[in-house]
Design a protein around this ligand. Structure first.
Ligand code: NAP
Length: 460
């Protein structure tokens, strides 16, 4: 894939970048590897200082960085500003809490003493997606730099200016060379790097295909991997839900980030007695969205990240209609320049229709009616994915009972799946494995070393 900035609002090519040569990449890995030998000796305080400085620079440059995001992948400008704030919060969170999370854990063996000590493992490779160009990197970089690992980031090819800007922030904050390195290379080359002996672990956020490629390379080379992949979150509306609230959240859950969230609400499942009210209100709100330039504060739905993404989504919708799905709203590309897709609702879906099992990455909602709680749970679980999900009800205990039976990494009651620094994020089934954020996110690429001290009372 060419490494380019193409404005999805106009589909105009703005800037092209040369891929790094094999020699340049080799040098970058060596630099990260020798930086590790020093970085692992630094104190938590020194590492925290670096992360705080990057967070401060990020906040200082919020306007500029937000515009880069919107220009490269089409996110609404206000949401891009929110992403910068969230990313800085994640850096601060690990700077403030990392030492506590990584403190020795004292065990209580029958004889003598034992502790678990957390040590870094070395150079890590992070392969990141375009949909949250700063936030995704922050989730990976902050905990790992705090641990004492050094990192190489292969960012998505359509956000090169964001990728370079993040590396610049680390450089300006005084990071020694090799602590954070951006690799301008293709996805295929990222998979090939996993076999390099200097790289000790790999984390990928992206599609199942890319995840499978990275995971098989990691498995073959006996390296730890973390995968954050796609999702098709169920959004369940029970008959006792506050329907107007559920509708408001349904709109946010589906079209936040122009619909391009792994944890977007994608399958709307309503109990029959409230299904008509919910779907009528939901359709009316989606139909009223103002589509336009994502730099314009009045816009409510911007373009997808690229023309390729919009063509792929429109084709999934068309194939689903050809297989029997009905279109309740939208269904087409609007007649205008740019990578746009109409807000769309599909109904009458069943296995055999592409939209039933596939992830729809854009403003396309699937709608289902079910007779009771069990049918809602069964439908929610009938998915290759297991990332997030929501239950809307005024009976919180009932919501928790349903949450318990949904096979995903996260379930939210009366809210779409969401994220913040101190809550773990990740999935199960085809959505990947491992966790990012919270205390769990700092626990993936560490050596949990047992140190055992014997004393004279130890039996032979
Ligand atoms: P993608 O094509 O898989 O791209 C993601 C990253 O993987 C990019 O840096 C890409 O590089 C790289 N890549 C592509 N093919 C590769 C390969 N064979 N080996 C190694 N790296 C490879 O993903 P996308 O379709 O653009 O992004 C959207 C997907 O990400 C959706 O499925 C979404 O649900 C998922 N996602 C998941 C989470 C989560 O936390 N679970 C968060 C955000 C997004 P190039 O750009 O150079 O191809």
């Amino acid at each position: 894939m060419a490494i380019q900035t193409v404005d999805p609002n106009t589909n105009q090519l703005l800037k092209s970048f040369e891929e790094m040569s094999f020699h340049q990449v080799d040098k970058a890995i060596s630099q990260a590897s020798s930086a590790f030998t020093e970085w692992r000796k630094t104190s938590y305080g020194q590492r925290a200082d670096l992360l705080h400085k990057v967070a401060t620079l990020m906040r200082d440059q919020k306007q500029y960085l937000s515009r880069l995001i919107t220009m490269e992948m089409g996110k609404l400008i206000a949401q891009a500003e929110g992403e910068i704030t969230l990313s800085a919060d994640i850096l601060d969170y690990y700077a403030d809490n990392g030492e506590k999370f990584l403190a020795d854990k004292t065990l209580a063996p029958e004889f003598g003493q034992a502790i678990i000590r957390y040590s870094p493992i070395g150079v890590l490779l992070g392969v990141e997606p375009w949909n949250f160009p700063f936030y995704q990197v922050a989730r990976f970089a902050a905990p790992n730099i705090m641990i004492g690992n050094t990192i190489l980031v292969k960012h998505a090819s359509i956000v090169p200016q964001c990728a370079i800007a993040i590396e610049d922030l680390f450089t300006k904050a005084g990071a020694p060379k090799g602590i954070y390195t951006n690799l301008l290379i293709s996805g295929k080359r990222a998979s090939m790097l996993v076999s390099d002996k200097r790289i000790k672990g790999v984390s990928l956020t992206g599609s199942e295909a890319a995840g499978a490629s990275i995971a098989s390379a990691a498995g073959k080379n006996l390296k730890k991997s973390v995968l954050e992949l796609g999702g098709s979150d169920a959004f369940i509306i029970l008959e006792d839900a506050d329907i107007d609230k559920a509708v408001e959240w349904a709109v946010v859950g589906r079209i936040n980030n122009n619909g391009e969230c792994c944890v977007a609400a994608k399958r709307f499942i309503a109990i029959e007695s409230v299904a008509d009210e919910f779907i009528t209100k939901f359709r009316d709100k989606l139909a009223a969205l103002v589509i336009g330039d994502p730099m314009d504060a009045a816009t409510q739905l911007g373009p997808l990240s690229s023309e390729e993404a919009a063509v792929a989504l429109a084709s999934q919708v068309q194939k689903s209609v050809d297989a029997g799905a009905k279109v309740l709203l939208g269904g087409k590309r609007p007649v205008r320049a740019g990578a746009f897709m109409e807000p769309t609702i599909l109904t009458d879906l069943h296995p055999g229709i592409p939209a039933y099992y596939e992830e729809l990455f854009g403003p396309v909602a699937s709608f289902y009616r079910v007779k009771d709680d069990q049918a809602a749970i069964d439908l929610a679980n009938d998915s290759p994915f297991g990332l997030g999900g929501s239950v809307f009800t005024q009976d919180i205990e009932r919501g928790k009972r349903i949450a318990d039976q949904i096979d995903t990494g996260m379930v939210f009651i009366n809210h779409p799946t969401w994220t913040q620094a101190d809550l773990p994020f990740g999935g199960t089934k085809g959505s990947g494995y491992g966790r990012e954020l919270s205390e769990l996110g700092i626990d993936e690429f560490v050596n949990k070393k047992l140190i055992r001290v014997s004393d004279l009372s130890d039996p032979f």
